[in-house]
Design a protein around this ligand. Structure first.
Ligand code: ATP
Ligand code: MG
Length: 303
């Protein structure tokens, strides 16, 4: 299949999951088990489509790197066990590691807490020509920090600035920050991998039962599960307030990993394809340099 056709299909596939205007967004309208009209018998076809998507992604990334103008920031947010790690690993598997930078954001350090909330993320934004991946991000500042006010207390923000408007203010600040990035050629795309509570339970049980998955289990994950509804509300509010045309969210059904991956790959292909990437043109003196080099190599010796 030609790259052009893959891009056209990618656009069509992700369309239902792109949220570019938060006003009408409701999380309950997205079914975590949704696979569009694909059934599990279509899994092999979806895997093929994923392989094609990964191929197209590698081609586009090569141009992104060579052109060295745009940077792409991909943010992944989700409840535990929704498949962030696996999706990142799979979807980016064809990409040249030199052109890709991944950061995972955990609980903030003392140094992080001594700064404004965007600081630790701003420090590691992708360079031009690169794809940056944030596994969690500054969005945690209105998610886990909102669900657990004790995290906010640790942030040392002057008390008179901590009012009931703080989440709204943080969303506004995030929106402005992302607009600033867009205007600088850093293209921001955000993914919420939307898993159901039932599927999360299954995946936690698998982590407990399978020795090769034991390491992934954390007792804290079970505690966080009790705050499920609070997290869902916080996610909905974050998406409603920060989905924009320039920095859209993709709310991706995550109960079926094969489906999640193909949608995420398609969204990244769609994003790169929208940038009109091309290899830098070699002309004029540079072209003459190349010709001289060719002559030297051919004429110098028979070695
Ligand atoms: P896995 O899927 O492997 O569990 P993970 O992303 O959940 O990966 P963990 O080390 O389990 O990684 O968890 C990181 C924890 O750090 C999460 O619970 C997250 O909510 C928390 N965290 C991230 N950013 C912040 C923040 N700004 N303030 C407080 N906690 C944060
Ligand atoms: Mg975790």
């Amino acid at each position: 299949m030609k790259t052009k056709e893959i891009i056209a299909r990618a656009r069509e596939l992700v369309e239902p999951f792109r949220v570019a205007d938060g006003d009408r967004f409701r999380l309950k309208d997205v079914d975590p088990g949704d696979t569009l009209d694909l059934g599990s018998e279509d899994k092999p076809r979806a895997k093929e489509a994923l392989a094609l998507g990964i191929g197209a992604l590698a081609e586009l990334q090569d141009m992104l790197y060579a052109q060295d103008r745009w940077a792409v920031l991909l943010i992944f947010q989700a409840m535990d066990a929704a498949g962030k790690d696996g999706t990142i690993k799979n979807v980016m598997s064809g990409v040249n590691p030199q052109g890709c930078q991944v950061y995972s954001f955990k609980s903030p350090s003392d140094e992080d807490l001594d700064h404004d909330f965007l600081w630790r993320c701003a420090k590691v934004l992708p360079e031009r020509g690169r794809i940056g991946i944030f596994n969690r991000s500054y969005y945690e500042e209105t998610l886990v920090v909102r669900v657990h006010p004790e995290f906010l207390a640790k942030q040392k923000v002057p008390l008179e600035l901590v009012t009931k408007n703080i989440w709204d203010e943080r969303h506004k600040d995030i929106r402005s920050f992302e607009r600033y990035l867009s205007r600088n050629g850093i293209v921001v795309r955000k993914f919420f991998l939307h898993v159901s509570k039932g599927e999360q339970k299954k995946r936690f049980l698998a982590r407990l039962e399978k020795p090769e998955k034991n390491w992934k289990f954390s007792a804290n994950d079970i505690k966080e599960r009790e705050f499920w509804n609070e997290y869902q509300d916080a996610y909905e509010d974050a998406i409603r307030n920060t989905a924009t045309k320039d920095a859209p969210w993709y709310v991706v059904p995550a109960d079926n990993k094969w489906f999640t991956r193909v949608v995420v790959a398609a969204a990244i292909v769609e994003t790169l394809a929208s940038l009109d990437l091309h290899y830098p043109k070699v002309e004029g003196e540079k072209m003459r340099d190349l010709e001289r080099a060719r002559q030297m190599l051919l004429g110098a010796s028979k070695e």
